[in-house]
Design a protein around this ligand. Structure first.
Ligand code: GLA
Length: 391
């Protein structure tokens, strides 16, 4: 992140006055998922990495004068009286940090008032986990300032619970995990059932990651997301007549033909097919990367998108235009949507020599076909949430 920490501290003092006590600065990144989409809440595999842009939190304790929330990105500010538990506010960014503070209170870790100033450079609502980033930066800050001393894994789970129960978005664990555990120049090979994980060096040779933002306004993403989750639950119910399973990911690719036999609803069957094939693709992609076979990795990214488009139906005109037009361009090794879908971003692997051409050509055709202006990011892969040492 390219934030000027001196400037941020100055902004903090301007708003909270009292220059006698220095605040502390914490940072948490956004994430991009390379492959393994809509598998996390099905106990499957994902392969995300942390980005080099994210959220900073400048924070210090006060004398119990309430939790004070200010962001340089959003207009709403709030002071909330310290209590043993909190209720969500009407539609506000403050629910992300407040939900996390609520999790600490519920776990018996009490913290007097906090003065907080947030600043982030992740585009909001673009599917790059700006919410998980705010949650995790709050979690590591409260963990340290309250002396709770919890492990990162616990903070990840608390952040996910805050999003599920407090914000009301029934997400899986991938985003909070990637943001919490990210490692520079590595992707995370995570089994979302057991939470076992391994870091995979992201050696892309002469290729680089390009993220393209559809800039489509976020519409029905949350309700459609919850609908997909319900369809997967239905698939598990049907498949229990075949054998006892708890997760859709308990079914492997070698058993795929049982879907036809046991799932009568064609829509539910397609959803299950995506999840089962996506798990296999994710493992194959991780394997390909290990063998430095970037071409195979790119082809698996392409297949992942096709499955998300045809079987899981979470793409839409904007994402499909970026992906299918992008793939026609020279130097493109693979391209797919990333995150929940219905808008948000695509992630593409592009030969470095062709990234300028990719950006210019795709921008033109996308504007022509959708009337929207896309944004492009050429990120580096960064570290997970941490305290920033200020000299
Ligand atoms: C969103 C959710 C994640 C995951 C992805 C789809 O980003 O927050 O938990 O389900 O969608 O893979």
């Amino acid at each position: 992140m390219k934030a000027d920490l001196g400037k941020l501290t100055e902004e903090f003092f301007l708003r909270y006055s009292n220059r006698d006590v220095a605040p502390v600065i914490f940072y948490s990144p956004g994430r991009v998922n390379l492959i393994g989409e809509h598998t996390d809440y099905n106990g499957g595999y994902v392969f995300p990495c942390a980005l080099d842009f994210g959220t900073c939190l400048v924070v210090r304790k006060n004398d119990g004068n309430g939790h004070r929330f200010i962001s340089l990105n959003f207009p709403e500010t709030e002071t909330i009286t310290v209590a043993n538990g909190y209720s969500p506010l009407e539609k506000s960014w403050i629910n992300y940090p407040l939900g996390v503070i609520n999790e600490f209170e519920k776990s018996g870790f009490h913290i007097g008032g906090l003065e907080m100033l947030f600043y982030g450079d992740i585009p909001n609502g673009a599917g790059l986990s700006s919410s998980a980033s705010i949650e995790m930066v709050t979690a590591i800050a409260v963990n340290e300032l309250s002396g709770a001393g919890l492990e990162t894994m616990e903070l990840v789970k608390m952040s996910q619970r805050a999003e599920n129960m407090f914000v009301g978005m029934n997400c899986g664990i991938m985003d909070q995990f990637a943001v919490g555990f990210g490692r520079k120049d590595h992707a995370i090979n995570l089994n979302c059932d057991t939470l076992e994980y391994r870091y995979a060096p992201l050696n892309l040779g002469t290729a680089r990651i390009v993220i393209t933002n559809t800039n489509k306004r976020r519409g029905l993403t949350d309700s459609k997301y919850n609908e997909r989750r319900a369809e997967c639950d239905k698939a598990v119910e049907y498949l229990n007549a075949y054998r006892k399973i708890t997760n859709l990911s308990d079914i492997t690719l070698s058993e795929i033909e049982v879907l036809d036999k046991y799932i009568p609803d064609p829509v539910v069957r397609k959803r299950a097919k995506h999840v089962i094939t996506e798990n296999a693709r994710t493992l194959a992609a991780i394997d390909a990367l290990e063998k430095n076979d970037i071409i195979a990795f790119g082809q698996l990214m392409n297949q992942s998108h096709d499955s998300l488009c045809d079987d899981y139906e979470v793409t839409g005109t904007e994402l499909d235009t970026l992906v299918y037009e992008g793939r026609k361009l020279p130097g493109v090794i693979g391209s797919r949507m990333t995150g929940a879908g219905f808008g948000g971003c695509t992630v593409s692997l592009v030969e470095s020599a062709y990234t300028d051409n990719f950006i210019n050509a795709l921008s033109e055709v996308y504007k022509l076909k959708t009337g929207l202006e896309p944004d492009f990011y050429l990120p580096s892969i960064g570290n997970g949430a941490h305290r920033i040492r200020v000299q």
